[in-house]
Design a protein. Sequence first.
Length: 256
Amino acid sequence: MKIVSIFNQKGGVGKTTTNINLASYIALKGHKVLVIDIDPQGNTSSGLGIEKDQQENTTYELLLSETKIGEVIQKVEKVENLSIVPSNMDLAGADLELSYMENRESILKNKIQGLEEEFDFIIIDCPPSLGLLTINALTASDTVLIPMQCEYYALEGISQLIKTVQKVKKGLNKNLEIEGVVLTMFDPRRNLQLQVAEELKSYFGELVYENSIPRNVRLAEAPSFGIPIALYDSRAKGAEAYSDLADEFLRKNLGR
Ligand SMILES: Nc1ncnc2c1ncn2[C@@H]1O[C@H](COP(=O)(O)OP(=O)(O)OP(=O)(O)O)[C@@H](O)[C@H]1O
Ligand SMILES: [Mg+2]
């Protein structure tokens, strides 16, 4: 089993879209996947068809009460092999509440022990912040997958992002590695985007995925129906891109 956090402290770069669709394709390709939504916005949860405000067992209960992991996992009805720990706005106060707790950075890590037999991959959707929720996700993970939009500001955020990963690696999780960098909403016809992509490649090298994700309105529409792109419009450009990304991810991880 491998645990991957999808993280970039910059907002709106495609973390959640990548989480929903990468996780769904990996699951549809026959691997058992658990998605953990650790973002109070709960976009991954609603995007996978969860009525997030009607949930009693969410990431909040998992982190801040005696609730066990088995009690907060539910199956994603429409996607075979996919399960989720949902979240909602309850989690908004968690950063502060966590700050008073012992082992405040390792609560998620400790809570998700014992799932090795049940899942091949756990994929965690992080909020756009560097607070304790994100630190919990990174501490619990083997790797970080970084979605990047190829804009000028992407480059400015990198040093902060790397600093955070290094900080967690040093103090809390020495095994943490970078899984890869995914270029999102990418348009190679635009010069600036190509330039930024080149800079990202020279910085991250092989870690940049060959398959990038184009801007595709179908990807933005699917969440309002509570389904991944694979079920909403499997022939859309965005669907093909995420399916190919899932293949590349699986190839890197399973060597086939
Ligand atoms: N490839 C794409 N093509 C078109 N729209 C996209 C694409 N990827 C993401 N979007 C849209 O861009 C917006 C931001 O994407 P998303 O929610 O995935 O980013 P995020 O990094 O999770 O944001 P946040 O930091 O708020 O959690 C959403 O409205 C989403 O539907
Ligand atoms: Mg998000």
